[in-house]
Write a protein that binds this ligand. Sequence first.
Ligand SMILES: [Zn+2]
Length: 465
Amino acid sequence: MSLQFAEHEYKIVGLYVTRLLCDRAIEFAENDSTKITDPQLLLELRDILETQYQDGITAIPQAQLNANDSFSGIFEDRVDSKLTKRFKFAIAPDDEISYSLVNPSDVEEFADSLRSASHRASLDFVAQKKASNCTKGIACGGSCISAKKTCRKNADAPTKKKIAQVRTKVKAEGSSSKPQKTKARTKVKAESGGLREKIKKLRGQYQEQTDALRKEYDAAKAILATKIVERKTQTRAEQKRFIDAEQALLAKEIEYIRQRDKLVTQELKKSYKDPQPQLHHGMSESEDMWSVEHEGVRYHSTGSLDKNHPLIKAISLDVEENDPLPKSLTRYTSDVYFSSQRNRDDKYWEKTYNIKDFKSAATGGNGSVVYYNGGSSDRGTLIHEMGHNLATGRYGATAPPESSNYIQAAIKDGDHPSSYGRNSRAEDFAETARMYHTSPDLLKEKSPLRYQVMKQILEDENFGG
Ligand SMILES: [Zn+2]
């Protein structure tokens, strides 16, 4: 059974769901929890959950160990291309395993659609893959319960033992990967500033040579332009002088770019790490990624990181601009991942935001950023996602709470800093962070109070926000 909404109603429901998600994020983050990201630990957690969820778990996008020794998070079962069951789960301190569907209406709708002949083929495929699939509801122990119910089972003795082992391992690893709430990391290497200095010096060396070549090019071009105005024929020698000047200038600029990228690559190689499997945010499966560190942020990407790699190009350009991102912003982001995969939550956000064919470029939150579809860093997007991490660092969630200075300022400002900012409070905040850096005058004009609060947040570590 599915509910039908008119478009305007759908928009309201969409926003409400966003609010719920934001609230849930707060609920997770306010506990003093340790995020579980280690792939091995996630596999062990999957085995534990599968003692009850016997249909097979395809992903655990979020998991943490809370201060009271309980686990919580989200797991998923990708049934087929049309349906991924998404569950909120908890393992209580007494080892009771419970989970419920986040998207029960999707599951019911899917079960309805299976009755029509057009989907028979996919049903057969599902049946082949997983004989025990509980299509209409939730797999719970050996049985299948309604999509709206919560499965609750106590772990058996061997599983209790496994749960205890995972708790111990998370605690042992956790101390190093614990998310910082207000305490910012002190990292930023001294060498990074050195790289900017080196590039500046290199640019200076080439500047004199390119300036001379540009003068010659401009002079040759001016002669041709005059001839055109005076309707006179250009001589072969004049044309040759122009082409030669243009090519010499171009060659010198290409030489500089090559030298610059080589210098950046050499510098980044100092922090180079061999491929590690990475699985974050909306990625569906792990990808092996090389990594390098740049100004306190670790960048991870597939493919060998030579000077032709898009990531090296992006960092080179960033260095070239000689306009480093402020530490007050980057300190809340430890890692940036470049994935070739599409965000598997795109369909969900398409519905929630009511934006047709929504394709996310990147996602932020919990101190990291993931780019999708093989995209490489663009400054505006990177700052937007870092804005989500800034919010998480300050408020414990991507959405600033009602009582915050930011939301109070936003209410007084009215409207939104940009149209994308309309989607939720979290996006409103991230867009303000982006515009503060990329188009400060526009932000000041459209949302003066938001601008002031963002300025205080970035300049004063002790400002509540
Ligand atoms: Zn965003």
